[in-house]
Design a protein around this ligand. Sequence first.
Ligand SMILES: Cc1cc2nc3c(=O)[nH]c(=O)nc-3n(C[C@H](O)[C@H](O)[C@H](O)COP(=O)(O)OP(=O)(O)OC[C@H]3O[C@@H](n4cnc5c(N)ncnc54)[C@H](O)[C@@H]3O)c2cc1C
Length: 379
Amino acid sequence: MNFQLTEEHQLIRAGVREFCGKFVDPVANEIDQEPRFPSEIVKKLAEQDWLGIPYPAQYGGAGSDYLSYIIVVEELSRSCATTGFTLECHTSLASYPIFKFGTEEQKQKYLVPLCKGDMLGAFALTEAGAGTDAGAATTVAVLDDGEWALNGSKIFISNAPVAGMTIVFAMTDKTKGTKGLSAFIVPAGSPGLKIGRHLNKMGIRGSLTAEVLLQDCRIPKDSLLGQEGQGFRIAMMTLDGGRIGIAAQAVGIAQAALDESIRYAKERVQFGKPIASLQAIQWMIADMATEVEASRFLTYHAAWCCDQDLSYSKEAAMAKLFASETASRQTNRAIQIHGGIGYIKEQKVERLYRDAKITEIYEGTSEVMRMLIAGSLLR
Ligand SMILES: Cc1cc2nc3c(=O)[nH]c(=O)nc-3n(C[C@H](O)[C@H](O)[C@H](O)COP(=O)(O)OP(=O)(O)OC[C@H]3O[C@@H](n4cnc5c(N)ncnc54)[C@H](O)[C@@H]3O)c2cc1C
């Protein structure tokens, strides 16, 4: 067993840190405060070949392993959780289902531009009445005159307003429950596809989150992804991998909270000496560092399982559960260490605190992670 990253992985981390120092750190607060979508950074991510890291070169990807991708998400999120999540949503939620379930034609048409960064992708599963219970979806798809007609609406869809294509889940046979759900590739500009309300969020404020409205939305017959009725399986397999990405986002946020806390504790003087000399502060920092490291190990282990073609559903759930709750705890502690100034806008720890929370919710809540873990142990 080797706990050390390979030289290649260390180089990737160093490369992303350098990139963040130049392009992300200087604008991260602005992205949050305005808020604004970081289009210029996304363009630069494409130039770095980071929009299709784990996919083969033949599809425009970088042909690297999943761990490399996870390290990039972690380091981007350490600077700006919006940027880390934008990449994660694109790579894990939009590109993966096409890579795994798409026909060769679909891969050439969509996966190649997604990996090259010529378009961004989105994933539309959630509806107002169907969140955790994805099988309760009421969006329907029917074959009509040789094309699919989609009707319904999706909510909380990340990247949707800037996406060149969205994976949309719709019922093709309502009588079959989850087995009646199918997945479709819906290109931007399809007739009947509209972007609805943009949602004003607590954290990851630069990320675009919107409703997707489908009013007799017409797409070609060959837009079905995988088989009819395979949508639920496609969604769950996609989310398994995505959860490792969200765990990495959480590790990045938690690491940033620790970095800021160490820096501030050494700087801030009370009672004539830096607060870092106080045992109360030291213990908080020790607990933070230990939990961040444990989260990172769980996350890298899940990515390693994925790279080894081992099952990783439980491992991904454990990583996401622990890392996301760690991020919330560490960002809370970071504010405590900063005292009053930590509560003030424009302080990085204030942003981190708001950014951390979502990692406990999207791509499956902490309650769902516990259900999955228990389910795999007790079956
Ligand atoms: C910023 C943001 C971005 C998002 N991006 C996307 C996206 O790109 N694509 C997409 O499809 N969705 C996206 N989502 C939706 C997200 O995945 C859902 O919000 C999440 O899955 C929870 O669903 P819900 O909000 O309907 O909560 P609910 O399912 O209503 O859950 C409410 C509460 O009940 C609990 N609960 C529900 N069922 C159970 C159960 N069986 N056992 C125990 N507890 C349970 C939950 O854990 C939670 O605490 C996004 C959400 C947000 C906020």
